[in-house]
Design a protein around this ligand. Structure first.
Ligand SMILES: Nc1nc2c(c(=O)[nH]1)N(C=O)[C@@H](CNc1ccc(C(=O)N[C@@H](CCC(=O)O)C(=O)O)cc1)CN2
Ligand SMILES: Nc1nc2c(ncn2[C@@H]2O[C@H](COP(=O)(O)OP(=O)(O)OP(=O)(O)O)[C@@H](O)[C@H]2O)c(=O)[nH]1
Ligand SMILES: [Mg+2]
Length: 437
């Protein structure tokens, strides 16, 4: 295995498959401008200023056939995305054109780029750290505004700066401990290990606490609507969606199987799951619907437990209460019971719906402060957990041993930025990229 060579000229189509207004072929590597110039009719790419477009034609050097009229964008190392000489051919966005252009580049000696290889080069050439490269991938995959915001923050080195700051404090402490151990007679004050580590540990814990919100901003959340038959689950689903997705009738037991519908709340993509009303039943179909409902509630990121406040209060089913929002439905009808912990909502009049949306947003993302970096990457979570464990060790350890734990914490933090990581780690990160990125 091993990482691909940095030396080759690599080429790939950077735009998505299919027809588009414009298609882009990316080329990067030492000699890439010279290679492209053999296909280019127009100003000589080797003499173009970096970061500038020029208009011309792409020609097959073997047949002299014009493949397309195009724009050529040139970058000169180190001032490019990859840090190497690079070029982009902006053609008409036709698969037939793009295929031929790529073919001609291969015939001139370029090789197909592997998934993420342009960004891999950017990382290996020091244009970005590993956490930023991962943000590139997150940004490309972002399907919601919340995800886009988070990824962009990571790409702008938000996390990298935080990690660098924490690491600096640890390096300073380490140096102090070393000095104190090495020159005990020089009057070096003993390091205040616990006092120094406490705020650092808090920062790490703070970052870790953003992980659930970060994951939800990135991937979205599943919300289960659960409650007794006729509680108004399907009606609430429809009200949240703004259209009649689920069947609503006055007959208890209308919804028998679960039903999923996508919606967005405050920029977070959500899958709302309407479920069968939970009750004791001998009906085999309904029974498995009820079992499913309870299962879905256990697996959901958030549960809405619905209870009809115009009817005697039902006995609640077993639910993950820490992740459950309690909703009193049919608030337009006179209440038989009231309870402060329940949010009153009417699907019929829309009363309380906005408050419910806010509560949902708050419960899903509330712990993580807006405007700050949120951890959304499992690799980062895992490394931060290790750093935290080593910091806790260091706080317990005698002075002469604390340094070892601090060093291990530093190693874990460095992994996030991709310093001294194995090829396997790098390979695992870039494997998920698309070709051309
Ligand atoms: N056509 C096109 N659009 C694109 C990209 C691209 O590569 N090509 N990008 C890629 O994914 C993103 C933009 N990111 C980029 C980041 C750095 C450089 C770059 O050339 N940086 C140099 C020079 C900067 C300068 O001229 O001031 C550098 O950092 O030294 C280019 C694009 C989004 N849009
Ligand atoms: N007045 C009033 N009636 C409501 C409201 N929400 C639901 N209903 C009525 O309550 C009945 C049951 O509503 P559904 O939404 O089907 O209830 P459900 O919880 O999905 O019921 P199952 O699928 O049987 O478990 C229907 O007749 C609805 O019209 C509300 O906000 N106000
Ligand atoms: Mg229903």
């Amino acid at each position: 295995m091993g990482l691909p060579s940095l030396k080759d000229v690599i080429a790939a189509i950077a735009t998505p498959p299919g027809k588009g207004a414009v298609g882009i072929v990316r080329v990067s590597g030492e000699g890439s401008l010279e290679l492209v110039s053999r296909l280019w009719q127009g100003k000589n790419p080797s003499q173009l200023a970096g970061g500038r477009f020029t208009y011309g034609a792409i020609c097959d050097p073997q047949t002299q056939e014009v493949l397309d009229q195009a724009l050529l964008l040139v970058f000169r190392q180190p001032h490019s995305y990859t840090g190497q000489d690079s070029a982009e051919l902006h053609t008409h966005g036709s698969p037939a054109v793009l295929r031929r252009v790529l073919q001609a580049l291969f015939e001139q000696g370029a090789r197909p780029a592997q998934p993420g290889e342009f960004t891999l080069r950017a990382y290996l050439n020091g244009k970005m750290d590993l956490a930023q490269a991962e943000s590139v991938l997150s940004l490309v995959e972002a399907e919601s505004d919340a995800a886009r915001r988070q990824a962009l923050r990571g790409l702008s080195a938000g996390l990298s700066q935080k990690i660098a700051h924490i690491s600096e404090e640890l390096f300073t402490l380490l140096a102090h401990i070393q000095a104190w151990l090495d020159y005990p007679e020089e009057g070096v004050e003993p390091a205040q290990i616990q006092e120094t580590l406490k705020p650092v540990l808090l920062e790490v814990q703070h970052l870790l606490a953003t992980a659930p919100a970060g994951r939800i901003a990135q991937k979205g959340a599943r919300i289960a609507l659960v409650g007794a038959p006729n509680a108004g689950k399907s009606s609430l689903l429809n009200a949240l969606l703004g259209y009649e997705r689920a069947i609503v009738t006055p007959i208890p037991g209308t919804t028998r199987d679960y039903l999923e519908a996508p919606l967005e709340i405050a920029g977070v993509p959500i899958v709302a799951v309407d479920t069968a009303g939970v009750r004791e039943t001998e009906d085999l179909i309904e029974k498995s619907g009820v079992e499913r409902a309870l299962q879905i509630a256990q697996e959901a990121d958030l549960v809405l437990y619905l209870a009809d406040q115009s009817q005697p209060r039902p006995t609640p089913p077993p639910l993950p209460w820490a992740r459950t929002l309690m909703v009193a439905t049919k608030a337009d009808l006179p209440p038989v019971w009231t309870e402060h912990s329940f949010l009153r909502v009417s699907s019929q009049t829309g009363l309380g719906l906005e408050a419910l949306r806010q509560q949902i947003h708050q419960r899903l993302l509330g712990e993580a402060p807006e405007g700050e970096i949120w951890i959304s990457n499992e690799r980062h979570v895992e490394a931060l957990r290790r750093a935290k464990a080593h910091l806790l060790e260091a706080m317990e350890a005698p002075e002469d041993l604390a340094g070892v734990s601090i060093e291990m914490a530093l190693d874990a933090l460095a992994e996030i930025l991709g310093k001294d990581v194995s090829e396997e780690v790098i390979d695992r990160v870039f494997r998920n990229f698309c070709v051309g990125k």
